[in-house]
Design a protein around this ligand. Structure first.
Ligand code: F6P
Length: 463
């Protein structure tokens, strides 16, 4: 990619080399961005994930590894509380995932969000050269483009939203909703995961902001500026992920899973412990399956891997407690001395281990109540044995469902629907499993993260 301008990525989280925590717990964004930056000798700027007062003094920690330079700042406890735990994860996250019941609207956290975005602009602007292309990610940093422009930056600037964009009737419950959208229109390109989220955004621009929206060309013109708004469904790093199967760590993990489950069929779920992922609802569906099929109890085991996340936010503490209770109830009622139906694991695993677990599990349960994309669904497909593939049960409310139509699609709110999907998966003959797998693997392979980056950056270069 020599000759291309340098890429500067700005996001809340940065995958700093040798950072603490397993890759599996970092979610899709980290892996996707690292792949994008690697061949562009790019710069990745964001929060270190650490708490200290040094960010106030302007201290930035810089490291270069694998051709990627990372520049990170620490945040103070107050900034973390108001910006990350507060406005980003107690206001925008629940609202954008249709959980108005959990969304908190506090003036102080809104101010903290603005303040930290301003700090990112203040410390980030000097790192950006005139020719650089700037790509800002996710709901933590929506106003950053406007803040950088107010400092005189004329660079091409794009923004990608990794989570859904809510329907207008939900979004208008946010105080100062118009201000947030106005700042978004300071970017040259704004990307969404699916056509559905894009349409919700355009609906708002047209009907609330009264901007000029051209759906055919995917542009929004407002106060003399034109922004391209399009859907760019994110993919996995196919090349890298599919090779993990040759790795000893993946094989060992697969063996561990198979030998520990003996002759039972393993079903697996892997999610950050988040209420949007529909884990308690999934457990209800599994409970319903056992109620209806008590003879299957010795034939099946469900493994839920759920590394804790955003632990300082009350709604996350509640979901964790609710999930522990549900798993306990089902296991208490259904276990035998030599058999437990649900294994609930509160830790993250490496990508290679997850590959092995996915390959060893004959059913993948990915049932979020709402999800921007969901890369676990794609990884599950990518890890399957083409000669004997497992079945993906996928929520129709995940962005991935728009692409993986050959999964068994379910309504994650309905325990009966989930129970029925498990029955379908268990009974599915090999030729149908292969047919569905072949269609899905073509999408997972072709709509990979490299193509996602290429498409977004192409539009940004031409904007
Ligand atoms: O899905 C949104 C997202 O920000 C991902 O991009 C990221 O991997 C995940 O959530 C992790 O969240 P956090 O940074 O809050 O741990």
């Amino acid at each position: 990619m020599t000759g291309d301008p340098r890429l500067v990525v700005i996001s809340n989280r940065v995958a700093v080399p040798k950072a603490r925590g397993a890759a599996g717990a970092q979610g899709g964004l980290a892996g996707a961005l690292h792949a994008a930056l690697k061949d562009r000798k790019g710069l990745w700027f964001g929060w270190s994930g650490e708490e200290s007062e040094s960010g106030r003094t302007g201290h930035i920690d810089t490291q270069t590894s694998d051709g990627v330079t990372t520049a990170t700042l620490d945040l103070s406890q107050r900034d973390i509380d108001e910006y990350y735990n507060g406005y980003a994860n107690s206001t925008l996250w629940p609202l954008f995932h249709d959980r108005l019941d959990l969304a908190e609207y506090e003036r102080e956290t809104a101010k903290g969000y603005e303040r930290v975005n301003e700090r990112f602009a203040e410390l980030g602007a000097p790192l950006i050269d005139a020719e650089d292309i700037v790509w800002v990610h996710d709901y933590h940093l929506i106003p950053l483009g406007e803040r950088l422009r107010s400092r005189g930056l004329k660079n091409r600037m794009g923004f990608f939203l990794h989570i859904p964009w809510p329907a207008t009737r939900m979004f208008v419950s946010l105080p100062y909703h118009e201000r947030l959208v106005r700042t978004l229109l300071f970017y040259d390109v704004v990307g969404f995961q699916t056509q559905e989220w894009l349409e919700s955004f355009l609906h708002y621009c047209e009907n609330e902001l009264r901007a000029e929206v051209d759906k055919a060309s995917g542009t929004v013109t407002f106060e003399g500026r034109t922004t391209i708004a399009r859907a760019y469904p994110i993919g996995i790093d196919w090349e890298h992920f599919s090779k993990l199967g040759e790795n000893g760590e993946a094989r060992q993990a697969q063996q561990r899973l198979i030998s520990s489950t003996r002759r039972r069929i393993a079903m697996i779920g892997v999610d950050r412990l988040d209420y949007s992922k529909g884990i308690p609802e999934r457990i209800d569906g599994i409970g319903r399956f056992f109620d209806k099929n008590p003879e299957s109890i010795r034939d099946l085991v469900f493994i839920q891997i759920a590394p804790p996340s955003r632990e300082d936010v009350g709604s996350y503490q509640e979901i964790r407690a609710a999930l522990e209770q549900k798993c306990g109830q089902i296991n208490g009622a259904r276990s035998e001395v030599d058999m437990v139906p649900i294994r609930y694991v509160n830790r993250g695993y490496s990508h290679a281990e997850l590959f092995g677990f996915f390959r060893g599990a004959k059913i993948g349960l990915v049932t979020p109540l709402r999800d921007g994309m969901n890369l676990v669904a794609k990884e599950y497909v990518a890890a399957q044995d083409p000669e004997d593939p497992g079945v993906l049960i996928l929520s129709r409310f995940a962005g991935a469902a728009a692409q993986l139509k050959d999964a068994v699609l379910v309504n994650p709110h309905s325990p009966d629907d989930i129970a029925h999907a498990i029955r379908i998966a268990l009974d599915m003959p090999l030729d149908e499993r292969k047919r569905r797998y072949e269609k899905m693997i073509a999408t997972v392979r072709d709509d990979n993260v490299q193509n996602w980056t290429r498409d977004f950056l192409r539009d940004l270069s031409e904007a």
